[in-house]
Every structure is written in structure tokens, then in C-alpha cells.
Design a protein around this ligand. Structure first.
Ligand code: SF4
Ligand code: SF4
Length: 230
């Protein structure tokens, strides 16, 4: 199984994925998906140049990039799911960016990409409530495939590496970030007021586009800056 897991990871990376990890997510899945015990988590690195152009507000280019990367993630997760299905397994790609109204919470998808990402060791959740990776900071977007294929699972991330940094908290124009340090199991609400974040984009940047976030917390995060020249 070890070799097959490694080969599969390499294949996924060849399709343009920056980071990939595998986790047993069965205990955090809603009951209707529990038979799909494995989460395949992927991260696509964003364009540093486009993120660096965010100065206090999102740009049209950032908004387009956000949507383009989401579409790319949906293509990759579909490709992964089709490969798994060809091997005889069940597989379900989770939409890259989709909010569904579950029990009155209209800001969440059917399964949190960040949960699969931390459980498969891609990074930790920052005070920004975004996944932060060692290599690229939070300049990534995430995708997930659920499958009943068993793979060699990666070691989960269990600790925040934000330390005393509060750059994202201080920079957030909607005061949505609460400044709390992540640990596995903390509720999203303890990290971020998702409504305040979403309404900020809605109220101020309708002319740029709907369905994305302003991106300032992603831009200011110092993690992964060693690969950024400006
Ligand atoms: S996307 Fe913008 S409004 Fe939302 S938490 Fe980040 S900085 Fe704040
Ligand atoms: S800006 Fe600082 S506190 Fe916020 S996510 Fe990045 S490292 Fe963590």
C-alpha cells in the first residue's frame, strides 16, 4: 500500500498540485459520507505576484485568479475521483468553493477542506482561519476528494505555528478575526466571524465580484515569505 500511495501522490503532483496529503477522516464526516473514510487533500499555490498586488483591498485580477484556481481545483479533484473510480473505488470530489445552507449556517460547504488539510498534514489553521503552509503561507487554495480506498495516511498537523504573530488580525478591515490560536477541534466561530468577513466583500466590493474574500489576511501572512522576492 505504501508504494501505491506514493505513486498516486506523485501522479497527483504531476497534474499541477503543489501539496497533497491523505488522512482517515471517517470520524469527522457527516454520517451520510462515513463509508468514504479517506480524505485526499490538495493545495494549489496562488500567484505570489497577484496576491502581492492586494494593497488594502482586493483587485479585479485577484478575483479572477480566485475563480480560475477554484475551477482548476474542481478539474483536478474530478480527475482524482475518476482515477479512483477506474480502480474500482467510490470517490466524491468536494466542490472547491460552495456554500450550502445547513441548519441555518450559510457560510459552510458540505465538508471543510481545511479539516482534511490539517488532518493530512498540509499545514495548520492560522489566526486568519485559513490554512497556513510552511512553504507558501496561506497563499494556497484547497480541494478534497473523499474515497473508500485505503491509503497510507500522513501525520496530522496538531499545532499552530502562528506564535505571537497577529498580522492578519490587525490587518483585517472587518475586524472579523478574533485572534485566537487554533487547535484541532476548535470551532470556526472561535477564530472568525464569518458573516463579518463575507459581508465586508459583499458591502464594499460588489463591483469586483461576489463569492470570494478580500484576501488581505492572505497577503499579510509572513509565513512562506522566504520564497517571495518583494
Ligand atoms: S478575507 Fe478580508 S475581511 Fe475576511 S478575514 Fe481576511 S482580511 Fe478579514
Ligand atoms: S498572519 Fe501571523 S497570525 Fe495570521 S495566519 Fe499568518 S502567521 Fe498566523
Amino acid at each position: 500500500m505504501m508504494q501505491k500511495s506514493l505513486d498516486f501522490k506523485n501522479q497527483i503532483k504531476e497534474w499541477g498540485v503543489s501539496k497533497v496529503g491523505f488522512a482517515d477522516v471517517s470520524h469527522v464526516l457527516p454520517k451520510e459520507y462515513k463509508h468514504l473514510k479517506t480524505g485526499i487533500s490538495i493545495a494549489i499555490r496562488l500567484s505570489d505576484e497577484i496576491i502581492s498586488q492586494i494593497e488594502g483591498k482586493p483587485t479585479h485580477t485577484y478575483f479572477h485568479h480566485y475563480r480560475t484556481v477554484n475551477a482548476f481545483i474542481d478539474q483536478i479533484t474530478l480527475k482524482i475521483a475518476m482515477q479512483l473510480q477506474n480502480w474500482g473505488y467510490l470517490a466524491m470530489p468536494i466542490p472547491a468553493s460552495q456554500s450550502v445552507n445547513i441548519d441555518g449556517n450559510k457560510y459552510s460547504g458540505i465538508f471543510q477542506h481545511r479539516t482534511a488539510a490539517t488532518m493530512s498534514g498540509l499545514g495548520w489553521i492560522g489566526k486568519s482561519a485559513c490554512l497556513v503552509t510552511e512553504e507558501f503561507g496561506s497563499r494556497v487554495r484547497l480541494g478534497t476528494v473523499l474515497t473508500d480506498m485505503e491509503l497510507c495516511y500522513d501525520e496530522a498537523s496538531t499545532q499552530s505555528r502562528c506564535g505571537t504573530c497577529r498580522e492578519c488580525v490587525l490587518a483585517c478591515p472587518s475586524l472579523a478575526l478574533r485572534g485566537n490560536t487554533w487547535y484541532p477541534g476548535i470551532s470556526r466561530e472561535e477564530l472568525i466571524d464569518v458573516k463579518a468577513c463575507s459581508m465586508h466583500m459583499h458591502n464594499h466590493y460588489q463591483h469586483i465580484g461576489r463569492g470570494s474574500v478580500c484576501g488581505i489576511c492572505i497577503k499579510v501572512c509572513p509565513q512562506g515569505k522566504m520564497v517571495i522576492k518583494r
